[in-house]
Design a protein around this ligand. Structure first.
Ligand code: ADP
Ligand code: ASP
Ligand code: MG
Length: 405
């Protein structure tokens, strides 16, 4: 008897009817001869609604209390799904992250899983129960509730699949699988049958919110096959797996658009060793994630440094950068929230050239100015004006022939 971990995202459990439909799917999987562990997200937009509610009370809430609040969303879903399974005449039990021993570090709002004991899951499975676990949450060794970052239920699912030695992990969402671009932004995008961990890892960290990027890191590390499928139909989804020869032939496999970053610029910073280290150390100390960085020498003894951070960390980032301004001799610091990052990803880039020039000339033809550029072995990202992001993604997607024929 094999074990399967299924995860249902917010849209798949958005109302009572959908929860009953998920219960049917889960029961069917069990009846096909599998042990089933189900991870669920909060219903619909509940997490966003809770964030709005908190914001109405305190603009700068303590992260501990935020995690206490947001973790309740998933607790609602697990209880309701267990009730739905019971209603259909089968045995199920729901658990919070803490109850199944998901231990994380103490970084509230983006905690990392350190260990999973899963004793209670194994025990419940051994007596034939369907086990339903709250996604997105864990607890620190001292018992504080933490959350794993937005979209973190994917990580709970893949980490549990690894811990329980599942056959594979199934991620159910509101699209048929992983597409060459976000199908909501680019309707011509096509579903991929397979994609490598490396490609989806880049796509996810570049803004394709279809999967939480750390969930893919864990999947890759332990070679756990991950299927991404639509919870509303039985179409074959996308398999995330390690690469093979045929996959390398595809030069560009997807385009991602991120509109959740902002740019900070420090002007006329002293041009001497240790200055950049100081700026980015202060940001690291404040636990702010920095993405793209560029440095431009403007005068003989000073440089401008620009970098991007997530919009939801902009206030915190500006606070620490302003505090560090004097130490690095900067004359001014500004921020710009009107930016978008567009990226192309493909493992074939390792062995093919000319991708950057094609991307840049496509943007030029469409009169889109490039503000920042960064590259890795398998991706090229550009920052453009925020209101040009969608257009840029669409023309690049087309230029690389990714759309439906
Ligand atoms: P869930 O609530 O199930 O976790 P998400 O909203 O987190 O669902 O992820 C699914 C959404 O991801 C889709 O509705 C789609 O708009 C978006 N998305 C972004 N990029 C892609 C992509 N390359 N392929 C598929 N979906 C994508
Ligand atoms: N409910 C959380 C969120 O909206 C976690 C998740 O859905 O995976 O980010
Ligand atoms: Mg998600």
């Amino acid at each position: 008897m094999g074990l399967i971990v299924q995860k249902y995202g917010g849209s798949s459990v958005a109302n009572a009817e959908k929860i009953l439909r998920v219960a049917q799917r889960v029961i069917k999987t069990k009846q096909a001869g599998n042990k089933v562990v189900v991870v669920v997200s909060a219903m619909g937009d509940m997490t966003d609604d809770l964030i709005t509610l908190a914001d109405q009370i305190n603009k700068d809430p303590q992260e501990r209390e935020m995690d206490m609040l947001l973790s309740t969303g998933e607790q609602v879903s697990i209880a309701l799904l267990a009730m739905a399974v019971h209603k259909l005449g089968h045995e199920a039990v729901s658990f919070t992250g803490s109850q199944v021993g998901i231990i994380t570090d103490e970084f509230h709002s983006k905690a990392r899983i350190q260990n999973i004991s899963a004793e209670r899951i194994k025990k419940a499975l051994s007596v034939g129960k369907i086990v339903i676990v709250a996604g997105f949450q864990g607890q620190t060794p001292s018992g504080e509730i933490t959350t794993l970052g937005r979209g973190g239920s994917d990580l709970t699912a893949v980490a549990l699949a690894v811990a329980l030695k599942a056959k594979h992990c199934e991620i159910y969402t509101d699209v048929d699988g992983i597409f060459t671009a976000d199908p909501r932004v680019i309707p011509e995008a096509q579903k991929m049958d397979r994609v490598t961990y490396d490609e989806i890892l880049e796509l996810a960290s570049l803004g394709a919110k279809v999967m939480h990027s750390r969930s893919i890191e864990v999947g890759k590390k332990f070679n756990m096959p991950i299927w991404v499928c639509n919870s509303q139909n039985n179409h074959k989804g996308t398999l995330i797996t390690k690469e093979n020869k045929a996959m390398e032939e595809v030069v560009v496999s997807g385009v991602a658009l991120a509109e959740d970053e902002a740019k900070i610029t420090l002007f006329r910073v002293s041009d001497r060793p240790g200055v950049a280290a100081k700026v980015f150390q202060t940001l690291a100390d404040a636990n702010v994630n920095v993405d793209m960085i560029i440095q431009n020498k403007t005068q003989t003894n000073s440089t401008d440094i620009s970098f991007t951070v997530f919009k939801n960390e902009l206030v915190k980032a500006m606070k620490v950068v302003k505090a560090a301004m004097k130490k690095v001799g900067a004359t001014n610091v500004t921020c710009d929230e009107n930016i978008a990052k567009v990226s192309v990803v493909g493992i074939g880039m390792r062995s093919h050239s000319g991708i950057a020039s094609k991307m840049f000339s496509t943007l030029a033809k469409n009169k889109i100015n490039i503000d920042m550029i960064s590259t890795s072995e398998i991706k090229i990202s550009v920052v453009v004006a925020g209101d040009k992001g969608k257009l840029a993604a669409r023309v690049i997607h087309q230029a690389f022939g990714l759309g439906k024929k």
